[in-house]
Design a protein around this ligand. Structure first.
Ligand code: ZN
Ligand code: ZN
Ligand code: FE
Length: 719
């Protein structure tokens, strides 16, 4: 292994077994002089190659172009991993868990062939909203049981007609064994006409549409008043709405789109992709509100294609629920729960087996980074380096996901959401039951957070199973290490808004020396008080006031806040970098509040804009005192908030570089919600790489608390 070696893992799903794929991979890898292995796994086929980066990437390209003719690759997940030092290339024996887990694939966006049929007047499926084939269509959201066979799906109530049966049983047909195969004669139908639905949007009404993984609420994204009405009715004040746009050309009218972002938008997963608006007018300001990004997806089902043809404009497409509740999936439930929100309903009679929101992804360090893992990704597993005990991991409290470990694979549930409401907790329990039932899984141990008040922790403690508590920030970095194939010692930088520490302090600015499932906390942000506790998370100005008071700086905050900080009443200590972001956002006048998680930090990142500089505030060993003094001084002098923001971000990056040098470890893992910040992540990674470090950040799994379950699953051990 040379220092420059790159290891790439590709997991391919689809018709990839028994078609000569493994020998093809073997020949290609050896021809390119790459080391590694290939095996048939539950997910399909997994291959790892290691060698010079350029050749490894050539391998990826040729894997696509030269694959055996009988192979059909439906999804391809690619990860850049820590080098493993392979010797030669081998075809490995299949995973033991392969059989049990085979066949459950994510939902796939409509393929080009089906799209062509959809708009072909001569085709018998002309304008049929449930067109699909072996290469596309619903999977995870229709499967009720394994093996994945029509009687085990929500299509079991629809009897194939003569024509469809012929396609389904003909090995030469592109619908051979396409389980959701259907046509206007025998398949599911919609209630409202597409034309009527489009007219409802045109008339500025709110449309509830039953999609792939549940209901969506759609409105004309150009119409300020209907966007506001949707916010009021949904009780969603500030959190940005995602959009769906009819075509890539229209996306480019409103956003900057790189080649990589284009590929992400058009991938079979078709996630909501976070893009930078290009400043062109047309989208209502109420869509993204204070968010610097616009979430955009392309139509991914025939129903969406038809609707976007009839209404060829950007629409808001948000999950069909009231804020903080899970997405509605069946007709009766939707008519009941969404009746106060939607003006029109576009229903159909294909049942949805389980809720699956639209996924969210973005580009970070030039690679795909998934921020919300659901439709199009779930339930693809993450492969781990060794066998794991039969762990059920119940995740955190916010952005919850759950996971089960089977052999070397960890199956992550789709995004469940925040567990604040009764409905959300019910859907969390259903996600656990569902995952265990689908994979015939009986846990022997349940892993949870150490926070005693998380709904997930309470569930774990009441489950009657042996419980393994996993520290929140340790779970963050372990999840990132796991998905990056990092084994052995590493420096884990675990920064987020809040997590339960081991010393009664709310952690969130931690440096861990991690090794073999253990960690040593070698550095952290200097603690400060959060007056009002939870209230300070929403009201970021409280963190600013606290820091000013602790430094004896003048502060015009309400006297009760001052008393709370000075006497330490209802003011827990924290080392959270997320809260430090809030403080600087408030001091610099960028944002005083978080009306959704991470809002102030997002606005502070956006403020950098053209104010980029290499200057950094001093933050020696994580002591914020000199930093805050200079921020206050800069504000007094009327410095540009963008400049203040850049100096602040640069200070954080410099601190990580300094800590990495002191730790003397080559491999650096960065995880936690703070690293959804692209400027910070990319700058820090570049500096670390320039000083000889190997840097690992999230790709397949969220950096936020959506990744906690994976970390818990790989760290759990029976005490
Ligand atoms: Zn298709
Ligand atoms: Zn039919
Ligand atoms: Fe966290």
């Amino acid at each position: 292994m040379t220092a420059a070696a790159t290891r790439i893992r590709a997991t391919l799903c689809g018709a990839v077994q028994g078609v000569g794929f493994r020998p093809f991979v073997y020949r290609l890898a050896t021809e390119l002089g790459l080391n590694g292995w290939v095996l048939n796994s539950g997910a399909g086929l997994t291959v790892e190659v290691e060698g010079p980066r350029e050749r490894a990437e050539t391998f990826l390209r040729r894997l696509d172009l030269e694959k055996p003719p009988a192979a059909a690759v439906l999804t391809r997940e690619v990860s850049y991993l820590a080098p493993a030092g392979f010797d030669g290339f081998e075809i490995r024996a299949s995973d033991d868990a392969a059989e049990k887990t085979a066949g459950v694939l994510p939902d796939l966006a409509t393929c080009a062939a089906c799209r062509a049929e959809l708009f072909d007047r001569a085709d018998r499926r002309y304008r049929y909203p449930f067109t699909n084939c072996t290469n596309c269509g619903p999977r995870y959201t229709i499967v009720l049981d394994i093996p994945y066979d029509r009687p085990n799906t929500t299509m079991r109530g629809f009897t194939l007609c003569e024509n469809c049966r012929r396609e389904y049983t003909d090995p030469a047909d592109r619908r051979f064994h396409a389980q959701p195969n259907a046509c206007p004669v025998c398949g599911p139908r919609i209630g409202l006409g597409i034309g009527e639905a489009a007219r409802a949007l045109e008339a500025g009404r709110i449309l509830a549409l039953k999609g792939i993984g549940g209901f969506q609420l759609l409105v004309d994204a150009r119409d300020e008043s209907v966007v506001e009405r949707l916010r009021e009715r949904k009780h969603r004040e500030e959190k940005p709405f995602a959009t769906m746009m009819p075509s890539l050309d229209i996306v480019k009218r409103y956003c900057r789109v790189s080649a990589e972002e284009e590929a992400l938008l058009e991938s079979p997963a078709a996630p909501i992709t976070l893009l930078e608006p290009n400043g062109n007018p047309g989208i209502a300001s109420g869509v993204a509100r204070s968010s610097p990004y616009l979430g955009v997806m392309l139509p991914y089902s025939p129903l969406h294609h038809l609707l976007m043809e009839a209404f060829p404009h950007p629409v808001v497409a948000t999950s069909g629920n009231r804020s903080d509740e899970p997405i509605a999936i069946d007709n009766a439930e939707a008519l009941d729960r969404l009746s106060g929100i939607a003006d029109a309903f576009l229903l159909h009679d294909r049942p949805v087996a389980r809720p699956c929101d639209d996924s969210v992804a973005r580009l970070s360090r030039g690679r795909e980074s998934v921020l919300r893992r659901a439709r199009g990704y779930a339930p693809l597993p993450v492969r781990f380096g060794r066998e794991l005990p039969r762990v059920l991991a119940v995740g955190g409290h916010l952005k919850n996901t759950v996971a089960i470990a089977i052999g070397r694979q960890v199956f992550l549930s789709q995004h469940v959401g925040d567990l604040d409401t009764w409905e959300a907790r019910r859907s969390f329990e259903r996600a656990i039951e569902d995952l265990c039932r689908l994979y015939r899984f009986t846990p022997e141990i349940v892993a949870c957070d150490l926070h005693p008040d998380y709904a997930s922790t309470i569930w774990a403690r009441a489950s009657g199973l042996p419980v393994a508590g996993v520290q929140h920030h340790h779970a963050h970095v372990a999840s990132c290490a796991a998905e990056n194939g990092v084994e052995g010692a590493y420096l884990g930088v675990s920064w987020d808004g809040a997590g339960y520490g081991l010393d009664g302090v709310i952690w969130g600015g931690e440096f861990f020396l991690a090794h073999g499932g253990r960690f040593e906390r070698i550095a952290h942000l200097r603690p400060f008080r959060l007056p009002g506790g939870e209230a300070a998370i929403r009201e970021g100005w409280r963190s600013a006031a606290s820091l000013q008071i602790q430094l004896g700086l003048p502060c015009d905050c309400p006297p009760p806040i001052r008393r709370m900080v000075e006497r330490g009443i209802n003011s827990p200590l924290t080392t959270s970098v997320g809260r430090l972001f809030d403080a600087v956002a408030s001091l610099s006048g960028v944002a005083r509040e978080n009306r959704f998680e991470g809002q102030a930090a997002m606005q502070l990142e956006r403020a950098i804009g053209g104010g980029a500089t290499d200057e950094a505030y001093p933050l020696p060993g994580g002591d914020w005192e000199p930093l805050i003094r200079q921020v206050v001084e800069d504000v007094r002098r009327g410095a540009d908030p963008g400049l203040i923001s850049a100096r602040f971000h640069n200070a954080l990056a410099a601190w990580i570089v300094e800590a990495a040098a002191a730790a003397g470890v080559e491999r650096i893992i960065m995880s936690g919600g703070v690293f959804q910040n692209r400027y910070l992540t990319e700058r820090t990674a570049a500096l670390l790489e320039a000083s000889g470090h190997a840097v690992y950040t999230h790709q397949r799994v969220p950096a936020n608390d959506g990744g906690i379950a994976l970390g818990q699953a790989v760290l759990a051990r029976q005490e």
